[in-house]
Write a protein that binds this ligand. Structure first.
Ligand SMILES: C[S@@+](CC[C@H](N)C(=O)[O-])C[C@H]1O[C@@H](n2cnc3c(N)ncnc32)[C@H](O)[C@@H]1O
Length: 423
């Protein structure tokens, strides 16, 4: 229901209104059409520029983080429950998130939203917002997950994981970096601050904009959640051997593998993401053969010493940075992606030399994209055996690696990583 300015009206809009309209368009794209926030950004924010684009994104992202709690406040202050997609509910959500989370003065939060419900329930929105502000109501300190996600994750991982995930929504995640040269981790820790949980890893709670940080321009490191660095760590050092990095863009794992001495062929089907991969390789001065192709059609000339398949997935494991996944990933989406992963894995498995390593990874918290996928694969492929993680990479792992949101202080992404060796 993105509100649009009245047709034929040439009166300039009050300052800040186009930004809120862009935020509503973003929410619409996620909640009604199931698009990702990232994919919706260019079209939804077309009419706003510079910092306003960032603000529209922040309003939408914070609304998605706090959606169940915002709705509980709204429902507590309205006589009739407003439909989920009612104009009034959307307007209230973004006015409240600005006033209660983003620090916008309440009068500005409501003044920039009311023009968007012109000709609609303006009085209701104004009244409910005023009631909530006067009542001094706040959002709970620990956010709630959407009910369906909470039920799904409680069944899969237990109540403790749900509590960790909810705490993880509350604060922006720290910034994890992977260093091109793990041998100089301590030197970079001294320069940038923060802490390190593994060679080649740095975690910063506070930091300047990434592109302005020391070492970025020269390509000494790249941004990568510590859990996302596990798949390439499990492949280990390359010594010039050949690895296929399938579904590689924007190249976090390609850079790790190249830095670890592998001759890398990086394959991805997305032109936009391949462009970012090339830029990343250029900045870090790391080398890889880059192929734009669909892994379902493409095949290598010969089998490789190792294959890494970082398969497309629901991405529910990265909900801290991409809260849209909490609202658009439904069981049917997971099922469809699991089918794609199965087909990609079947092809990738044929491209590993005997004795070579296959790593399958997804940034998903859905067992269908991880544990179940592996079980099915091992039933179908008796030529493969699971090899547990090295204890210095992930301590106390017996089978595949499963990271859950509360594994490290400060949190981490949810990943599934299986390392297999072909007999
Ligand atoms: C999880 S992301 C990869 C992240 C990347 N490995 C990294 O570490 O930066 C999954 C990637 O799979 C790509 N992809 C999806 N379907 C594909 C297919 N059939 N063939 C090739 N690439 C595909 C997407 O374009 C996306 O870049």
């Amino acid at each position: 229901m993105p509100a649009s300015p009245k047709q034929h009206s040439h009166a300039p809009e009050p300052l800040g209104v186009p930004t809120r309209r862009a935020a509503i368009r973003l929410l619409d794209a996620v909640l009604r059409r199931g698009e990702s926030l990232e994919a919706a950004l260019p079209a939804a924010t077309r009419m706003v520029h510079g910092p306003d684009r960032g603000l529209a994104h922040a309003i939408a992202a914070e609304t998605l983080r706090r959606l169940p709690d915002l709705d509980a406040l709204i429902d507590g202050a309205t006589e009739r429950v407003l439909p989920d997609d009612a104009k009034a509910r959307t307007a209230l959500r973004i006015a409240l998130v600005q006033a209660l989370v983003l620090g916008t003065p309440p009068h500005a939060a409501i003044a920039t939203v009311l023009p968007l419900v012109d000709g609609g329930p303006r009085k209701l929105v104004h009244g409910v917002f005023g009631t909530l502000m006067r009542g001094g109501l706040l959002l709970p300190e620990v956010p709630s997950l959407p009910a369906d996600v909470e039920a799904r994750w409680a069944t899969a991982w237990g109540e403790e994981m749900v509590a960790d995930a909810e705490r993880a929504i509350a604060a922006p995640p720290p910034l994890d970096l992977t260093l091109a040269d793990p041998d100089v981790t301590e030197a970079w820790r001294e320069r940038l601050g923060g802490e390190s949980v593994a060679p080649g890893h740095l975690r910063l709670a506070d930091h300047a904009p990434v592109a302005e940080m020391e070492g970025y321009a020269e390509g000494a490191w790249w941004v990568q959640d510590v859990a996302a660095s596990i798949p390439a760590r499990l492949i280990g050092a390359g010594d010039g051997a050949h690895v296929l990095d399938l579904c590689a863009a924007p190249g976090g794992k390609t850079m790790q593998l190249a830095a670890a001495g592998w001759r890398v062929t990086a394959v991805d089907s997305s032109a936009g993401r391949i462009k970012r991969l090339r830029e990343n390789l250029h900045r870090t001065r790391l080398k890889a053969e880059v192929v734009r192709a669909d892994v379902l059609d493409w095949a290598p000339d010969e089998p490789a010493d190792a294959v890494l398949l970082d398969a497309p997935c629901s991405a529910t494991g990265i909900f801290r940075r991409h809260p849209d996944v909490l609202h658009r990933v439904r069981p049917a989406v997971v099922e469809e992606l699991a089918g794609l992963q199965r087909r990609l894995l079947a092809r990738a498995a044929d491209w590993v030399k005997p004795g070579g390593t296959l790593v399958y990874a997804t940034c998903s918290l859905e067992p269908e994209e991880g544990e179940r996928q592996l079980e099915r694969f091992l039933r179908a492929r008796s030529d493969y055996a699971l090899v547990p993680a090295d204890p210095q990479v992930v301590p106390a792992t017996e089978g595949a690696v499963r990271t859950l949101p509360g594994m490290l202080a400060g949190g981490n992404d949810g990943f599934f990583v299986a390392r297999l060796v072909r007999g």
